[in-house]
Design a protein around this ligand. Structure first.
Ligand SMILES: Nc1ncnc2c1ncn2[C@@H]1O[C@H](COP(=O)(O)OP(=O)(O)O)[C@@H](O)[C@H]1O
Ligand SMILES: [Mg+2]
Length: 252
């Protein structure tokens, strides 16, 4: 199981839609994919997916269900774990409960190839604990200048906590040309101030169909597979597939 955390410097850049659509694009290729709502501030993955699961993280925290038991079916053949508002109380719980949670997370590898954490924006400790759990981190930014400075601040905090972090940048609502230009600038700043390397995953174009899909609580890659955003996300999913292949090679 490859674990991926998706975060950003600020909210509203498209983390949740990217998490869910990336998951669906991975599932299209036959991979078993789970999206975990880890946004403690704005837990809305269930809304984005148009589902109301009977059981969620609340039941796990109350020790009524295990994580594997609350996996809910979601559009695009993916599974979802919802109810992130219960996560803060989990984090406040003692080490015994946390250890139980971590062993249940590891257990998900039986049913999941990719576990994607849809994290909150920003730098608070509870967000960072999900980043620490993850093999790879995707940092989503928009071409908006404040989004880029916020992304820089986030990368800085991530590297301080975890000097060996693998950070992959996605520019959302950007053309391929814009994305490449922005990434070059971002990479330069990160190198000159932090002496760290970040990777470029790619860009997703602004697409009316993506906004429309969200409004209808659907996934753009499922509803309009040929839309610009769907094509872009599918191309990024291909690269993410390769991370897993490399990871499996390393493990064997
Ligand atoms: N590539 C895109 N093109 C057009 N609209 C987009 C795109 N990506 C995201 N959006 C829209 O931006 C809004 C915020 O996205 P969301 O995923 O909820 O952001 P976050 O999780 O970062 O707060 C949603 O209405 C979504 O449909
Ligand atoms: Mg979100």
């Amino acid at each position: 199981m490859l674990t991926i955390a998706i975060t950003s410097g600020k909210g509203g850049v498209g983390k949740t839609s990217f998490s869910a659509n990336l998951a669906a694009a991975l599932a299209e290729t036959g991979a078993k994919t789970t999206v975990f709502d880890a946004d403690l501030q704005l837990a809305n993955l269930d809304i984005a997916l148009g589902i109301t699961p009977e059981f969620n993280l609340q039941h796990v925290v109350a020790e009524q269900k295990t994580l594997s038991e609350i996996l809910a079916d979601a559009p695009g053949g993916i599974k979802a774990i919802t109810g992130a508002s219960a996560v803060p109380s989990l984090m406040r719980a003692g080490p015994k409960k946390l250890n139980l949670f971590f062993s249940q997370l590891a257990d998900l590898s039986k049913s999941t190839d990719f576990l994607i954490f849809d994290c909150a924006a920003g730098l608070e400790n509870r967000v960072l604990s999900f980043l620490k759990l993850s093999d790879e981190i995707i940092l989503v930014a928009s071409p908006d200048p404040t989004s880029i400075t916020d992304a820089y601040a986030t990368a800085k905090t991530i590297f301080r906590r975890r000097p060996d972090a693998h950070i992959h940048v996605v520019f959302n609502q950007a053309t391929a040309h814009e994305g490449q230009k922005l990434f070059k600038m971002f990479e330069k700043i990160i190198w000159s101030y932090l002496h760290k390397k970040v990777e470029y995953l790619g860009s997703v174009r602004f697409d009316q169909m993506a906004a429309l899909a969200t409004r209808k609580r659907e996934l753009v890659v499922v509803q309009t597979p040929d839309a610009k955003a769907s094509q872009d996300i599918r191309a990024l999913a291909q690269q993410v597939q390769q991370w897993r292949t490399q990871n499996l090679k390393k493990a064997s």
